[in-house]
Design a protein around this ligand. Structure first.
Ligand code: GLU
Length: 449
């Protein structure tokens, strides 16, 4: 195993995030590899870290002033052993091959945990949507799809949203796909409800994360009633996490964006959440404006010179990191624990560094890795695919119930795998082993391809 890690690092030395995601999974599945020595000869690990296909392309587009820009577009088709490639598109200046390979790798195991037939992929661009007009966003999405369309399809690869890609972008991408392919199919998920989307898809990641966390609390006979919660981010995942937490009687005191965070000791209620929704989804403003409207809250500007994020240093019971990768380091993890946190449930992908995770597990915090706790988003994407194939739409309650059942089943699966391998209560080990075993068994069944 150490040979493979060394080989991977030596071969692609700059892919730090990808190495981090692979090392975490490979370390935790060590006991499975010992139990099944045949995996070695089948070169399972070597195959898992090599994407089935990587598509890298030029995305030229024109801004409103007539200036042409060029961005880089990507699609990493990681593994299709249990279904068509499936995973989001991220538009953010930080996007590079390492970040997308880590996300695609995570997606393979996450999708396996959902119980639905979906392989793993991720894509996107280093394009920054911040400050761009609707027309510029449309031209960018159209140019992106003019290349991507030939590589995707409802039975091949079904992209969706991620950071920087929401309903607006999915609409523009879908419009261009349909024009080029002359076909109305469920090739993207996260579509608007009027033209093929699923009810509950917007809510799914945030609601699913809270459903998962509620299952974790129930193992200690606790509920969200009166729990104080820290939520990071202020996009789709964070917004619906806050909504569900409020509904279950918790008090949420933080939200953030890349510029800073707000702390509202009185709690963010539904009215304040509506304000955040309009601010972020319609006006596309900054979270600092929250304090213009709610003067008793405080805004703290992000300070990159600090070794910790003060957002994670407020008294609370639960934390829901829902912004981006590596937003909680070892110092933040210690601060969280010192402030009274007993549950961390990841809404983002890989928001905790390996050092932070180790602290959570050593200190017996209820810690849920993103590939289990944020799987609700892609799970409802899978349900959107089913509805599209059947050409029907399920009512809200039906999708929400299915989402609840899926999150419950992921929780049970994680606990079962963790116990089977001698780590009871360790959700990280449970999620990695359960996802890994499902994917690997399918790879063995399907031969050397
Ligand atoms: N981007 C989301 C994730 O990280 C959703 C992907 C999808 O719906 O395909 O799982």
């Amino acid at each position: 195993m150490t040979d493979i890690i060394a080989y991977m690092k030596n071969r692609d030395p700059y892919e730090k995030e990808f190495h981090q995601a692979v090392e975490e999974v490979f370390e935790t599945v060590q006991p499975v590899l010992e139990r099944y020595p045949d995996y070695r000869q089948a070169a399972i690990l070597e195959r898992l870290i090599e994407p089935e296909r990587v598509i890298l392309f030029r995305v030229p587009w024109m801004d409103d002033a007539g200036q042409v820009h060029v961005n880089r577009g990507y699609r990493i088709q990681m593994n299709s052993v249990i279904g068509p490639y499936k995973g989001g598109l991220r538009f953010h200046p930080s996007v590079n091959l390492s970040i997308l390979k880590f996300l695609a790798f995570e997606q393979v195991f996450k999708n396996a945990l959902t119980t639905l037939p979906m392989g793993g992929a991720k894509g996107g661009s280093d394009f920054s949507p911040k400050g761009r007009t609707d027309q510029e966003i449309m031209r960018f999405c159209q140019s992106f799809m003019m290349e991507l369309f030939r590589h995707i399809g409802p039975n091949t690869d079904v992209p969706a949203g991620d950071i920087g890609v929401g309903a607006r972008e999915i609409g523009y991408l879908f419009g261009m796909y349909k024009k080029l392919q002359n076909e109305f199919t469920g090739v993207l998920t996260g579509k608007s409800i009027g033209w093929g989307g699923s009810l509950i898809r917007p809510e799914a990641t945030g609601f699913g994360n809270v459903y998962f966390a509620a299952e974790m609390l129930a193992t200690r006979s606790e509920s969200f009633k009166d729990k104080v919660c820290l939520v990071s981010g202020s996009g789709n995942v964070a917004q619906y996490t806050v909504e569900k937490l409020i509904e279950l009687g918790a008090k949420v005191v933080t939200l953030s964006d890349s510029s800073g965070y707000i702390y509202d000791e009185e709690g963010i209620d539904i009215g304040k959440l509506d304000f955040v929704r309009r601010l972020k989804n319609v006006r596309r403003g900054r979270i600092r404006e929250y304090t213009d409207k709610y003067a008793r809250a405080v805004y703290v500007e992000a300070d990159p010179t600090l070794e910790y994020n003060p957002m994670w240093n407020h008294p609370a019971n639960c934390a829901f990191p829902s912004a981006t990768q590596n937003e909680i380091n070892d110092k933040d993890a210690n601060n969280l624990i010192n402030q009274g946190i007993s549950l961390v449930s990841e809404g983002a992908n890989m928001p905790s560094t390996p050092e932070a995770i180790k602290i959570f597990i050593d200190r017996k915090i209820l810690y849920a890795p993103g590939k289990a706790s944020n799987a609700g988003g892609v799970a409802v994407s899978g349900l959107e695919m089913s509805q599209n194939s059947m050409r029907i739409g399920w009512p809200r309650e039906e999708v929400d119930n299915r989402l609840k059942c899926i999150m419950k089943s992921i929780h049970t699966t994680c606990l079962g795998a963790a116990a089977e391998y001698g780590e009871p209560g360790n959700y990280l080990v449970g999620a990695n082993i359960a996802g890994f075993v499902k994917v690997v068994n399918a790879m063995i069944d399907q031969g050397v391809v």
